[in-house]
Each structure stands twice: as structure tokens, then as C-alpha cells.
Write a protein that binds this ligand. Structure first.
Ligand code: 13P
Length: 252
């Protein structure tokens, strides 16, 4: 059975002290509530990755990066390679977040290369897809999501693909307080799962976790996670508050 996952994407937030404090508070809540059957992934800014991996030695969490270079190594100032992430025991990396597509001109082709680098180093990509508001309004959302999948990850072999986690994040729902309705989320997640069936077969599709992201919070998580094809969430703003994040993790 595919894992249920709640991942916190801290984005470019928090100073070192505040990050340390947030991890500490999350740790206390994990001890208290003994969250069962949910994989918790924390994706802090890169300077705090090791802080989080230290914490992961004592608590049941996994650590993810927010981005990775498409290049192997060498003269790429400011970039962080998959080899570097692997050398500090990072388990996951977000790839293709809409903010990176928008502000850093990431394309499906560069994202496909990032996914390849991660898999070479045994790091699981959390591959983000999702349409913009105009695309949904002009009824192009299915087409857009399909091309993001086809161009970004459907070049993988089945054994490579078995390491992928998908996050459907409609761009109009990110940081806007405007969540997709449970029906909208389920409709798209079922569409994504059908595309995986067509490409890799029933069994693989059944094993692939598809997360929802976009204004997911402690109030709406239960209804979203109750949908048949929603296997958890990629949480932005609400992952910066320990109580709220752990309430989401306990929403299955
Ligand atoms: P918000 O939860 O802040 O809408 O962000 C979602 C997101 O982009 C997670 O990657």
C-alpha cells in the first residue's frame, strides 16, 4: 500500500534559531501524539538541512531539500548537487515547485534532468505539478498537468518511477487561502493516477503517493485526505506552526 505522507515545505522562511525552535516543537508533539502510519517529511531551507537530519536521528521524520541542481558537479556557483544532498543523508527533494518554475525559469526539460540526478543518488523526488488559474478557467488544466508529467517524469523506467512522489499543487491555491475543493482535488488526483496506470500499469499506480498542496490547513486537511486518491499533503504556510502542522499530520 502506498505511504501516506505529510511534507512541510518551509520555503524561504525562518532564521536558524527559529528553525531550531520549530523542530523542537514538532519533536515534542511527535512524542506526545505518536502519529502513526504517516510519513512526516520536513523540507527546510538548505542551510538548515543538517539541523533537520540531526533531529531525524531522534524522531520519526524524514528530511527533504527544496531544490537540487540539474548538474552533476563543477563550476555552478550557488548550486547544490544531488551528491551533496546524499552525503548528508537527505531522503527526498522537492522538484519543480511552481515558484521555481515561475521565478527561476525552470522548465520541464531541466526538471527531468533534476529528477535523473536525484535518482542516481537514491533521493526520492517529490515532483510538483499543477495548473495556473487561467489554465483552469480555460479548461486546460488536465492537458497542462499531463504535459508536466510526460515531459518531467514519464521518461523514467518503471523501477526508477517507483521512487517518485507526486504533489499536485494548483498554482491558484498556493498561499492564497483558496483551497481546491475535495472534489476538485480528487478529480485531478484520479486523472493523474489514470495516467500512471496507462504508462506504468495498475500495480505501480496503486503504489504511487499523490499529495495535494495549496492552502491546506488543519481545518480542511481531513476532508481532502479522505478522498480516495489523495495520499497526503505538501504544506507551505501551515507547516511553519508546529501545532497546525502536526494536526494536519493527524488528519487521516
Ligand atoms: P501553502 O500551503 O502556503 O498554500 O503552500 C503550498 C505549497 O506551495 C507547498 O509546496
Amino acid at each position: 500500500m502506498r505511504p501516506k505522507i505529510v511534507a512541510g515545505n518551509w520555503k524561504m522562511n525562518l532564521t536558524f534559531e527559529k528553525a531550531d525552535q520549530l523542530l523542537f516543537e514538532i519533536g515534542e508533539l511527535i512524542e506526545e501524539k505518536k502519529t502513526k502510519g504517516v510519513e512526516i517529511i520536513i523540507c527546510p531551507p538548505s542551510p538548515y538541512l543538517e539541523l533537520a537530519t540531526d533531529f531525524a536521528q531522534d524522531f520519526e521524520i524524514k528530511v527533504g531539500a527544496q531544490n537540487v541542481s540539474q548538474y552533476e558537479d563543477g563550476a555552478y556557483t550557488g548550486e547544490i548537487s544531488a551528491a551533496m544532498l546524499s552525503s548528508i543523508d537527505i531522503d527526498f527533494s522537492i522538484v519543480g515547485h511552481s515558484e521555481r518554475r515561475k521565478y527561476f525559469a525552470e522548465t520541464n526539460a531541466s526538471l527531468a534532468a533534476k529528477v535523473d540526478r536525484l535518482l542516481e543518488y537514491g533521493i526520492q523526488p517529490i515532483f510538483c505539478i499543477g495548473e495556473q488559474l487561467e489554465e483552469r478557467e480555460s479548461n486546460k488544466h488536465f492537458e497542462v498537468v499531463k504535459s508536466q508529467l510526460v515531459e518531467g517524469i514519464f521518461h523514467l523506467s518503471q523501477s526508477e518511477f517507483s521512487n517518485i512522489v507526486i504533489a499536485y499543487e494548483p498554482v491558484w491555491a498556493i498561499g492564497t487561502g483558496k483551497t481546491a475543493s475535495p472534489e476538485q482535488a480528487q478529480e485531478m488526483h484520479a486523472f493523474i493516477r489514470q495516467l500512471i496506470i496507462d504508462q506504468y500499469g495498475e500495480e505501480q499506480a496503486h503504489e504511487t503517493s499523490i499529495l495535494y498542496g495549496g492552502s491546506c490547513n488543519a481545518k480542511n486537511a481531513k476532508e481532502l485526505f479522505a478522498q480516495a486518491d489523495v495520499d497526503g499533503g505538501l504544506i507551505g504556510g501551515a507547516s511553519l506552526k508546529a501545532e497546525e502542522f502536526m494536526a494536519i499530520a493527524n488528519s487521516f
